[in-house]
Design a protein around this ligand. Sequence first.
Ligand SMILES: Nc1ncnc2c1ncn2[C@@H]1O[C@H](COP(=O)(O)OP(=O)(O)OP(=O)(O)O)[C@@H](O)[C@H]1O
Ligand SMILES: [Mg+2]
Length: 143
Amino acid sequence: MIGVVITTPLQSIVVRQDRDISVVRRAVSTHAERLNLSVLSRTRLVTASSELTRNMLVYGGGGVVELKVYRDGERLGLGATFADQGPGIDNVEDALADGFTSGVGLGLGLGGARRLVDQFDIQSSEVTGTSISVAIWLKDDGR
Ligand SMILES: Nc1ncnc2c1ncn2[C@@H]1O[C@H](COP(=O)(O)OP(=O)(O)OP(=O)(O)O)[C@@H](O)[C@H]1O
Ligand SMILES: [Mg+2]
């Protein structure tokens, strides 16, 4: 993470089943609009959140999504943390590579999500499960 980032919680969503993915998508979209993110930024964050929530369900057995405002000095952003208490990711570097899957997916979700956002941090272990934090900053013109 760059600089000292202060975060303010916005909303917390428990993810247990497929339909919670659309709850997360809608919540991210709503907060992005409130913060006046551009349509492109909003779409990037919604898409990344969708993939990370699906992974949380499929591989982590569900978990919690925390939406928050990020502030780094004057800069504002919208962030989300996806935390599960599943088995963790064996090898994060492998998992991020396009085409790597331990399941039946295309293996594009994690690497794709990383490319879509401005900040992307993974913490994962067998003991703690997986926690992935992402954020998109508002652009200088306020969008
Ligand atoms: N929350 C998680 N807990 C444990 N393992 C995970 C988690 N998220 C991802 N992984 C591991 O990382 C791999 C790559 O994830 P990625 O989202 O890129 O691909 P996928 O889910 O297999 O397929 P796709 O997303 O393209 O449908 C997964 O196959 C899984 O092994
Ligand atoms: Mg996936």
